[in-house]
Ligand binder design. Structure first.
Ligand SMILES: *[C@@H]1O[C@H](CO)[C@@H](O)[C@H](O)[C@H]1NC(C)=O
Length: 382
């Protein structure tokens, strides 16, 4: 179900947009974004990510923070994860819509020159395992290789003996991307290598974090970009008001929740729907019927390929009601990108009977993932 919607940045392509592997496939055309340019905020975030170990103290508090880089104007968010001993630092796309931890490795002759490749021969804690793995995402991107075991450091916390997936080959989308691989944060049940425990499960089961949750803040390029995942905790200073607890259906391995409905602007009311909380998807992808309701209310037109065009001066907000609380996506975030003289909407249709609550929604809330309940909690941002 990863539906790639890479309007921005040809280079950053598809990967990320939609991570959960399923048989449903939908591909959107890739168009490069002439407006993209590196900026100071990006550099600061990158530098901070590089030195994050010095910025955070972890084990004493039972939580670990990973700063995120907001890539390609909210196209994807990646963080640095260290693998092995001594640590090899990789940039991974953090994705709650899938559950595999994989990355480019020296076993991959075709992996792009710009990617950092994990070298198992340089890690004293690497253990060979050799189970084959293969993953394909809904956008047609894919990767495969063999498994191994090594220490994975997430925000300063060492997870020993974590199963890792070393790529021996990967599709074009990943070679052109800004990241070296993915960190799947969904439930272990959908890991493509059966019996694998995700890093989050290991953090919890090995008692490495004091609270069995992770808190997610995703920034906006229009503000200061960035973002932050806290494993084992929540950043209260990013939150305003109370958290709303939302039950999760994890029977498909995803954080699937019910949205009670909502409203677009003054008149447009929206039916209830079910959706996956997916940090690895860029847009808000609704069911066809709800996308049509939102499209009508916002005077947006269906392009027939899952995308909508929206008037570039649209000033209508979208409010989703979840577990009785209202969460608003401001009009500015419903205009994702300019394409010629028209604008591409930040919402689209998933083409499936469930929605994907991607970053267009998630960058407007603080989200706590509590896999053991299972539930998510949303709060408005400070
Ligand atoms: C929490 O958020 C505040 C305010 O944005 C920030 O200054 C601080 O570094 C964050 N704390 C952690 C642990 O990331």
């Amino acid at each position: 179900m990863k539906i790639s919607f890479c309007i921005a940045l040809l280079a950053t392509t598809a990967t990320l947009l939609n991570a959960a592997p399923t048989e449903k496939t939908q591909t959107f055309p890739l168009v490069s974004n002439p407006k993209f340019k590196p900026n100071a905020k990006y550099s600061v975030a990158k530098a901070r990510a590089k030195y994050f170990k010095h910025l955070t103290s972890v084990s004493s508090s039972g939580e670990g923070t990973v700063p995120m880089t907001d890539d390609g104007s909210d196209l994807e968010y990646y963080g640095e994860v260290s693998i092995g001993t001594p640590p090899q630092k990789l940039k991974l796309d953090f994705d709650t819509g899938s559950s595999d931890l994989w990355f480019a490795s020296t076993l991959c002759s075709g992996c792009s020159g710009s990617q950092t490749k994990y070298d198992p021969t340089k890690s004293s804690t690497y253990k060979k395992e050799g189970k084959p793995w293969s993953i394909s995402y809904g956008d047609g991107s894919n990767a495969k290789g063999v498994t191994g075991l090594d220490t994975v450091n997430l925000g300063g916390i060492d997870i020993k003996g974590q199963r890792i997936e070393l790529a021996e080959s990967e599709s074009d989308q990943f070679q052109k991307g800004a990241t070296d691989g993915l960190l799947g944060l969904g439930f272990s049940s959908i890991s493509t290598v059966s019996g694998t425990k995700t890093p989050v499960d290991n953090l919890i089961e090995q008692g490495l974090i004091s609270n069995p949750v992770f808190g997610v803040f995703l920034g906006k390029a229009s503000k200061s970009g960035g973002g932050e995942y806290i494993f084992g905790g929540i950043n209260k200073s990013k939150v305003s008001g109370d958290f709303t607890k939302v039950p999760v259906d994890n029977s498909q391995g995803w954080y699937q929740i019910e949205v009670d409905g909502g409203s677009a602007g003054k008149g447009g009311s929206i039916d209830k729907f079910s959706g996956i909380v997916d940090t690895g998807t860029t847009l808000l992808l609704l069911t066809d019927a709800v996308a049509k309701q939102v499209g009508d209310a916002l005077q947006a037109t269906d392009n027939g390929d899952g995308t909508y065009s929206i008037p570039c001066d649209s000033a209508t907000d979208l409010t989703l009601t979840i577990a009785g609380a209202d969460f608003t996506i401001p009009a500015a975030d419903l205009i994702y990108d300019k394409s010629g003289s028209s604008c591409i909407a930040g919402f689209g249709s998933s083409g499936m009977d469930f929605a994907i609550l991607g970053d267009v929604f998630l960058k407007n809330v603080y989200t706590v993932f509590a896999p053991q309940v299972p539930e998510v909690q949303f709060a408005k941002l400070a």
